[in-house]
Design a protein around this ligand. Structure first.
Ligand code: ARG
Length: 467
């Protein structure tokens, strides 16, 4: 058995099972790029601050770069006995360049090192995910533009409520995703803090320069308190919570797509390339992608709950429990990226059945509120207008017709205030055209939303690619 890098005070070897139980190498090896990048910045700073010599620093940097290339090429041998990626790399460095490699860990602990690595990793991933969110928002605007005139019933309680524009419905999701983007951006701000230099928990006696490391690695600032630096996983909780909310939004949309592509609704058809068949029922074309996205929300919510539970009773500062932060984070990042890409492809390729949507908007008395509003404008208190409109609807249900099938005299039977213009009022297109309030569903209001959306996209783009 190889001696441990921390083996000095131990008289016995580690139990084999304990070695496996405590090892995080199988999953934290994905941090290698960040671990090496962080180590190089650290070693440069050690040399600049005259804690090690420039010659030693150069040797260490060279060794680390070589290890990086070996891992990239798949030539690096990972050994569970090394416990985690930090020790695997440090051991390989010492093997490669000799005992001078042992100077790398001066003025540092794995506790601040792991925090640094995860922060570097998550900063990159947040940008990638934000870009995918932006791509989805662009797809939504495109879809809204292609369907500006399409009318569908708006629902409350999943009962037809009032006619709306399909583009209005799509823009609702645009604005949800805008909040998601903002949350990612905000979470990025608190991830973008350099924690190396906290040591194990109390800081270090060496005259280090933390600002220098922060600059080298592109961090906006350094953390103020060493205990907080090694114990804090709030930035991961925030990310998982932002990820969970994105999944809520996509899951709600998926639920609608699943309903809409059923024969009962028949509002859309998902593309063959984004659906799957049944192994027994030849007629089936199933919305499995949408269902899986809805289903995968569960695992991301689970990772959020998992981490909150890990953190809730931890005393200051670092505790090994914190190693449990990684698998859930990695899985959430992987899942979310895949979900966003697939979802964008699915809605970009679906066919909208505008005629069916319109037919549904005409049925179900989605224009009954317009009848009530009409009478209200004529001076009847809204409560009474509501009652009259309700009675008219009931009579239509008895007759099996819709409001526009009634004659003027039929309307007049319910109130003398009805005139010929009621037919203009209950026309579906006119009905939604009058919803001109800011944020409403009239074509003019939706146009305004789209103009705002274009501006938002530019701002998001500027954040992603500054300068
Ligand atoms: N693998 C550990 C983690 O992920 C790194 C820090 C371990 N520190 C320690 N003193 N055991 O949290």
């Amino acid at each position: 058995m190889k001696p441990k890098l921390w083996g000095g005070r131990f008289k016995k070897n580690t139990n084999k099972l304990v070695e496996e139980f405590t090892s995080s190498l199988s999953f934290d090896r994905r941090l290698y790029k960040y671990d090496i990048k962080g180590s190089i910045a650290h070693v440069k700073m050690l040399s600049k601050c005259k804690i090690i010599s420039p010659d030693e620093a150069a040797k260490i940097e060279e060794g680390l770069s070589e290890i990086y290339r070996e891992i990239e090429a798949g030539k690096f041998v990972f050994d569970v006995a090394d416990e985690d990626i930090h020790m695997a790399i440090e051991r390989a460095l010492i093997d490669k360049i000799g005992s001078v490699g042992g100077k790398l860990h001066t003025a540092r602990s794995r506790n601040d090192q792991v925090s640094l690595d995860v922060r570097l990793y998550l900063k990159d991933e947040i940008k990638i995910i934000s870009e995918l969110v932006l791509g989805l928002q662009q797809e939504l605007i495109q879809l809204a533009k292609n369907n500006v005139e399409v009318i569908l019933p708006g629902y409350t309680h999943l009962q037809r409520a009032q006619p709306i524009l399909f583009s209005h419905h799509l823009m609702a999701y645009f604005f949800m995703l805008e909040r998601d983007f903002e949350r990612l951006k905000d979470c990025y701000r608190r991830t973008d803090v350099m924690t190396l230099g906290a040591g194990a928990l109390a800081g270090t006696t060496f005259p280090i320069d933390r600002e220098h490391v922060a600059n080298e690695l592109g961090f906006s600032r350094v953390s103020e308190n060493s205990l907080d630096s090694v114990a804090d996983r709030d930035f991961i909780v925030e990310f998982l919570s932002a990820a969970s909310i994105i999944m809520v939004h996509l899951s709600r949309f998926c639920e609608e797509l699943i309903l809409w592509c059923s024969s009962e609704f028949d509002f859309i058809e998902l593309d063959d390339a984004f659906t799957t068949g049944s192994s027994i029922m030849p007629q089936k074309k199933n919305p499995d992608v949408a269902e899986l996205i809805r289903g995968k929300s569960g695992r991301i919510f689970g990772h959020l709950m998992g981490l909150l539970t890990v953190l809730k009773a931890l005393p200051m500062a670092y505790n090994r429990d914190l190693q449990e932060d990684k698998e859930g984070l990695f899985d959430s990042v992987d899942t979310l990226k895949l979900v966003l890409e697939t979802f964008t492809g699915m809605i970009g390729s679906m066919e909208t059945k505008g005629e069916n949507m319109k037919k549904a908007a005409k049925g179900g008395f989605a224009n009954a509120t317009d009848v009530a509003d009409y009478l209200t404008v004529k001076g009847i208190p809204f409560r009474e207008s509501h009652e009259i409109a309700g009675k008219i609807v009931a009579s239509c249900i008895d007759k099996g017709c819709c409001l526009s099938d009634l004659s003027l005299s039929a309307f007049k039977n319910f109130s003398p205030h009805f005139d010929e213009d009621i037919f203009q009022i209950i026309n579906i297109k006119n009905s939604l055209g009058r919803k001109m309030s800011f944020g409403g569903t009239s074509p003019k209001s939706v146009e305004k939303q789209m103009a705002i959306a274009e501006k938002i996209l530019k701002e998001e783009q500027a954040w992603l690619t500054p300068g």
